[in-house]
Design a protein around this ligand. Sequence first.
Ligand code: RUB
Length: 324
Amino acid sequence: RGHDVAPAVETTADEIAAMEIRGAATIADAAAEALAIQAQRSDADRPDAFERQLRAAAKALYETRPTAVSLPNALRYVLAGMDGETVAKLRASIVDRAGEFRRDLDRAQSKLGSVGANRLRDGDVVMTHCHSTDALACLEAAVEDGTEIEAIVKETRPRMQGHITAGQLREWGVPVTVIVDGAARRYLDRADHVLVGADSIAADGSVINKIGTSGLAVLARERGVPVTVAAQTIKLHPDTMTGHTVEIERRDEREVLDEEARAAITDGVDGVDDGLTAENPAFDVTPPRYVDAIVTEHGQFPPETIVTLMRELFGETVDEPWEL
Ligand code: RUB
């Protein structure tokens, strides 16, 4: 990695890549914190060297996982605040800006939570996919309002983030039923809402989220169950305004088919292993027509109108300050 990146930043980058730090909002928070740490620990004696180190740190963080736009949005936001003629001033500007970003992130999440909670009524059953802190903020706000809800939680192969969702909901006293992903259609008969998060939202209102979200949304439409996407505006992907598409991360196929499973399939028979592959895309794209509402800290939006908010918040040009 780039010269002079603080070891603590390298550690954060490794933890994001290994999914020890995961989920779009949590990744953004950790990235902003890492830039602040880089600023604090920098041994640069000149402003230009300090700036180079910050950009190298941002690049190391940027290159960990490609799909959640909250990561580059966080890096861009913090680096845009880098200002001053001395190393001390530059350092203070980054630390302040990162702190501001992290406070805003928290505030946005609780604000969108209260918007999302308004969509829920006493007795509602909510089906979830993966683990999204934005989606959970809606359920937490509902619980705090005294709304009685229940959850059907998809386990979410291959990494089982549904278990994290189940644990959090039980902590808040919400009754939880865990199901295998393949049981979604059967249990949609009992669901009043599908509620998921997002890693990125494209300018046309497409929602990029954990693999399986698009299938769930199509099934929910067939069953007449409304689909709500809880996503702070740092999930809006500004590059998509100029025609770029969102890269879908592909993870190690052993998450799907590990050595043991592979051995069981091939059973030592010659040649069987050669033509056996697994694929492991981590995310998929749900077209806007399957999404009823995107809930943000600025209120809820039909997906087709999200581009207006995107333009307002990001303008037309998007820089890549880690490449300078
Ligand atoms: C996590 C995932 C989450 C979004 C939103 O995928 O798809 O739904 O990141 O999460 P992974 P949040 O486990 O591969 O990171 O609302 O917390 O930002």
